[in-house]
Design a protein around this ligand. Structure first.
Ligand code: NAG
Ligand code: NAG
Ligand code: NAG
Ligand code: NAG
Ligand code: NAG
Length: 634
């Protein structure tokens, strides 16, 4: 039978619980960024650079940023003349830094390194802005080091309540193979006073301290700790786990910490996702106990061990990560919400200023060197509608050329995403000069869209694509379906956490999935027999466990097989069902779907999660649809 005449189309998400410019005239450019500080009461002072033997300091009268020189490690951040907001009990070189995890294949051993410059340089210096660089150039006779040139930049603007940082990483042609598995900036804040963390409107709370974790009970993996005797007694009995605070890239533009004692907020603002990898729904860490704030550019978290930058056969590669903005605020009268709302506003201002006009690196193109793409996305699914349907709130993005869906694992280039309006119109501006593929997915519609023709963006180009039509996978009418194709399994049944293992911030229904230990709740609900879903009587909101996990039996974990049982009335001969096919599309938080078995028998589809052994092997389905043959009229 013709492969294309398949009758069963399963779209699923899989997840491993693998706990898992030139600055020609800086002075004149200034006016463009001054208005954001209009609320500054006093006239702003000029930015100054102070240099000592082994330190440099940027100072604009609001923030003083002290860096070790020539390493570029962050020793001190002072706000409004107060003491360091970083943890001063830590050594000066352990408080704030860029870091990477790297290895040199075929060696498998990987290393966590703070990135340290070996030469310090002033890139731009006026009264209105200073940009400095800490650079390290690879010495080709040093085989024990990462073959990468790294240029770490810091920028301070006049009147700005914070500073910017970005880095240019470069692997020259002919250099040895290199894996980079993670790149980020880490800030370790003053432990004694930063207690309140905010990630989103819903996720913000008073946090335990690092010491509270030390006195707690380590749960199934070391990151998850049950707080036994925290300094703040109200936190006793709660679970702390940094992975609970992960966010989609698209939702992770501002997060940080508040010290109510000192009336200071410390925020990491990421004004664009162009330099992050894996697309809008790649998850990554944000802030967590420490108190620690991260600007994560990429990591293998939730994406599996093969995710990361792989440079082979002397491939040249260069990429600019950032700038991100480190923002400080105050004036809360002890109300954290005031500082959070202000930080969100600042995030919006930074987003609107993107692309920035002040970074000096030639590798950071300014607005007039970038292009814009516009168009309209329509969906044609004749089983849903006779008419073309506008792709409402669809995610549309430019990514380096590749197969359909390859943007999810793409790590070396830049990606530019935006959402359509309700009529399917989209604008993607600020696109760097390069060749791209246009990709999209539409909430409520299955599959991945890719525009066939490569898109070549040149400086200043305005590309109008007109109407684009997405024909999603479809071979016949829907006979039944489970879930909603939107890349989030939130519509399925998410159990309550065990009462002894709660994190009290995740009480809302849409956050419950973040709770610790939900994989074990499957065994409670299905102690002996696996989940059976009966089409027609079952309701996926109640009867479809949100993750296909293993069952605990005598402290081992057995793989499980779920059943979907259904009747075919007068539709087709059962034998035809044997010609099933899986249309799997992976979510960035995936890694195990290649190990996924299934087979079909009479009126039952078996879905077997074949990897047992640990509680953390699992699959999340996004959507399952069963289609009839094209000729059948319903
Ligand atoms: C700033 O602009 C003025 C007029 O637009 C020009 O005369 C001056 O040379 C510029 N200054 C710098 C530093 O570019
Ligand atoms: C490169 O490394 C070699 C061996 O460690 C050393 O002798 C040489 O001075 C280094 N070159 C530079 C430019 O640092
Ligand atoms: C995203 O789309 C909105 C609405 O069309 C538009 O105003 C905004 O400029 C776009 N952002 C980017 C970065 O292209
Ligand atoms: C679990 O242990 C009980 C008691 O020792 C035993 O009866 C049962 O067969 C075991 N189950 C499995 C699946 O090994
Ligand atoms: C299928 O039809 C039979 C006979 O009408 C009925 O007993 C059975 O419950 C039905 N099964 C499902 C899954 O609808």
């Amino acid at each position: 039978m013709d492969k294309t005449q398949r009758f069963l189309v399963l779209g699923f998400l899989a997840i491993a619980f693998s706990l898992f410019v030139h600055l020609g005239s800086a002075a004149n450019a200034t006016n463009r960024w001054m208005p954001q500080n209009a609320d500054q009461e006093l006239p702003s002072s000029p930015v100054k650079l102070n240099k000592w033997k082994d330190h440099v300091m940027l100072d604009n009268g609001i923030v003083k940023l002290t860096l070790l020189s020539p390493s570029g490690l962050i020793g001190e951040i002072q706000y409004k003349g107060e003491k360091n907001v970083l943890e001063y009990h830590l050594k000066e070189n352990r408080r704030g830094y860029w870091d990477i995890v790297w290895s040199r294949p075929p060696e498998r051993k990987s290393f966590f390194y703070e990135l340290e410059g070996t030469s310090f340089k002033v890139i731009a210096e006026t009264e209105d802005m200073i940009e400095i660089s800490f650079m390290r150039t690879w010495n080709s006779s040093d085989s024990s080091f990462y073959p990468l040139n790294v240029d770490i930049r810091y920028i301070m603007l006049r009147g700005s309540s914070g500073f910017y940082s970005y880095a240019i990483m470069e692997h020259l042609e002919g250099w040895p193979d290199l894996n980079i598995d993670e790149a980020r900036i880490t800030f370790k804040l003053d432990d004694a006073t930063f207690h309140y963390m905010a990630i989103s409107d819903d996720i913000q709370r008073i946090m335990p301290t690092a010491r509270d974790r030390t006195g707690g009970q380590v749960l199934n993996y070391r990151e998850a700790v049950l707080l036994k005797n925290p300094s703040n007694p109200s936190l006793k009995g709660e679970v702390d786990d940094k992975y609970q605070y992960s966010c989609d890239n698209k939702d992770s533009l501002v997060h940080g910490w508040i010290s109510t004692d000192r009336d200071i907020g410390f925020w990491v603002i990421t004004p664009s996702n162009e330099f992050r990898v894996g697309g809008p729904v790649k998850n990554d860490l944000t802030s967590h106990v420490g108190p620690t704030s991260l600007a994560v550019f990429f990591s293998g978290h939730y994406a599996g061990p093969d995710f990361g930058i792989r440079l082979r056969n002397g491939e040249p590669w260069k990429k600019v990560f950032g700038p991100v903005f480190i923002y400080l605020n105050s004036g809360s009268s002890n109300k954290p919400s005031t500082l959070w709302e202000d930080a969100k506003q600042q995030m919006q201002k930074e987003t609107q200023m993107w692309p920035y006009d002040f970074p000096s690196s030639e590798d950071y193109p300014q607005a007039n060197q970038r292009g814009t793409i516009t168009g309209r996305l329509l969906v044609r699914d004749r089983y849903l509608s006779r008419e073309f349907m506008p792709a409402k709130s669809a995610y549309v993005g430019l990514a380096p050329p590749g197969d359909v869906g390859s943007w999810q694992t793409e790590t070396k280039g830049y990606q530019f995403w935006n959402q359509t309006d309700e009529n399917g119109y989209f604008t993607i501006s600020g696109v760097r000069e390069s060749t791209y593929n246009l990709n999209a997915w539409v909430p409520g519609v299955m599959g991945d869209y890719k525009y066939e023709t490569d898109i070549v963006v040149t400086p200043g180009s305005q590309i109008k694509l007109g109407n684009l039509v997405y024909n999603p996978p479809r071979n016949g009418p829907t006979l039944w379906e489970i879930g909603i194709p939107d890349r989030i399994p939130a519509e399925f049944y998410v159990p309550d956490p065990s009462p002894e293992l709660r994190n009290n911030v995740f009480t809302k229904q849409n956050q419950k999935y973040r709770q610790y230990g939900l994989w074990d709740r499957y065994t409670d609900l299905y102690p002996e027999q696996d989940l059976v879903y009966t089409v027609g009587t079952s309701d996926y909101r109640k009867d479809w466990f949100f993750a296909h996990v293993n069952r605990r039996t005598n402290n081992t974990f057995q793989s499980t097989a779920w059943q979907v049982s259904f009747n075919l009335t007068d539709v087709a001969e059962i034998m035809q069902l044997r010609d099933m096919d899986f249309m799997g599309y992976t979510h960035p938080i995936t890694s195990v779907f290649r190990d996924f078995d299934s087979f079909l028998e009479k009126h039952t589809i078996y879905l077997k999660q074949s990897r047992g052994a640990t509680p953390f092997n699992g699959v999340m389905y996004d959507y399952i649809r069963f289609e009839g043959p094209p000729e059948v009229r319903l």
